[in-house]
Each structure stands twice: as C-alpha cells, then as structure tokens.
Write a protein that binds this ligand. Sequence first.
Ligand code: 13P
Length: 255
Amino acid sequence: MASLRKPILAANWKMNLGPTAASGFFESFLSRYAARADRTVIVFPSAIALSAARHAAQARPDIQFGVQNVHTAEKGAFTGETSVSMAHDAGAHFVLVGHSERRHVFGETDAQTAEKVSRVSVLGLAPMLCVGEKIEEREAGQTNAVVARQLRAALEGLVKQDASALAALVIAYEPVWAIGTGRTATPQDASAAHAGIRDELRSLTGAAGEAIPILYGGSVTAANASALLAAPGVDGLLVGGASLDPESWAAICSA
Ligand code: 13P
C-alpha cells in the first residue's frame, strides 16, 4: 500500500536559476499548478534567489521555501556562508542538510551534518536530512549499513538534546549513483531502502520515527514520478534537474 502521509514534493535547484530566472519560473509554474490540499510543495532556490522566488510566489502560501545549506555559527567571519537565522529571516522554513554534493563535492563530514541538524532544529527550522550510498557501497551490499550510519551520526545528538524537534524532521533518501545520472532507483529499490531507513528511525527515535516523512531523490522525472510516489514507504520526492523547468515541475507536483 502506498503511504498515507500527504506527499511532499521538493525542488532542489542547486546552483541554478538566479533571482531573475526564479521570478520567471514562478510566473510560469503557478499558472500550471493550482494549490492542492493533498500536497506539500517546497522549493529550495539558491540563497541569493530566495527573496525573489518568495516575492514571485507571494500570492501562493501553499508553496514553502528552504535553503540548500547553512553554516552552524550564528554570525561572524565566515566569508560566503549563510546562518540559520539569516535563512529564517529570508523566509526559509526548511534547510537541506547533508546533501550528497555537500558530502562528496565539499567534503562535509557526518559530524558537521549532525551539528547542522541540531542548529537548524534548535532555531525552529525543519531539517531535510539527505542520506544515500555510493555505487560501490550498493554493489557491496552495504546500502542499509551506510544509510544507518549516516542517520545515527546525524540524529543521535538531536534525540538526546531535544526529541520534540523530530516532529519537524524530513529524511531524503538519495542514492549517490542516481543523482543527476538518469539512472533512477526502481520503485522496489526505493521501497527497500526506505524500509531500512524506517527501521533505523524507529530504533533511534522510538515512536517518533513512525511519523518522519522519507522522500526519494535521484533522477526523478515527470515520467517516473507517479510510480515512485506510489511505491510503499515513499512519502514524497526530492527533485533536482527536472524541477528547473516549470512545466515538468508542475507535472511532478501533480503526479
Ligand atoms: P536529480 O533529480 O537532478 O538527479 O538530483 C537529485 C538531487 O540531488 C536532489 O537533491
């Protein structure tokens, strides 16, 4: 049976669409996607385009926003970084934490990911924690072990510090080999990995682990979104490339 949770459709624009392009995107997207009570739509523009995106979508409170990364310090001499309170001030409710590109391109560690999850939660925003295995780990049968390690590392501190913050947490399972490659996990692959994540969440957080949404991400398109969303244990989708085009993003949000 597919999930009974209200599906979450999240767009990660990565380093695409500046302020002007973000405004143009919403003009087109909003005319193609009418608000639906049975969907949650979240967009993660680049930090520099967040205000323009929010402004362009101001008539549509059903569209929520987030940032793609934060620094853990409140403020100070950290050239190029964005603090959680700045993101909040700019209208972000969600923060992507531990995205594969942060881990594998920028060298972010499990420990830094944990610190970010805590900081985001303490300041009242919702972390969307990304986990996922590399191809060699999958081929070695280590998918569940890798993802369990990433979850434990990121969440153990939060569970001790403030278990009530788990109510806002979202997990995104994004196998590294599926990101930007056109090679999507099958709905069966996604369900199997999500079941492993759910088990780990239960063991880490107890009853709270039951309600935490788990999204799938990695080469989602308008063509495969419905099948992935219908897979048991898939509570939503986190979409990169296919979220940059208003028509394809509208189709995915309506999947
Ligand atoms: P693609 O949808 O482009 O594969 O990217 C997935 C992703 O990394 C979303 O966070």
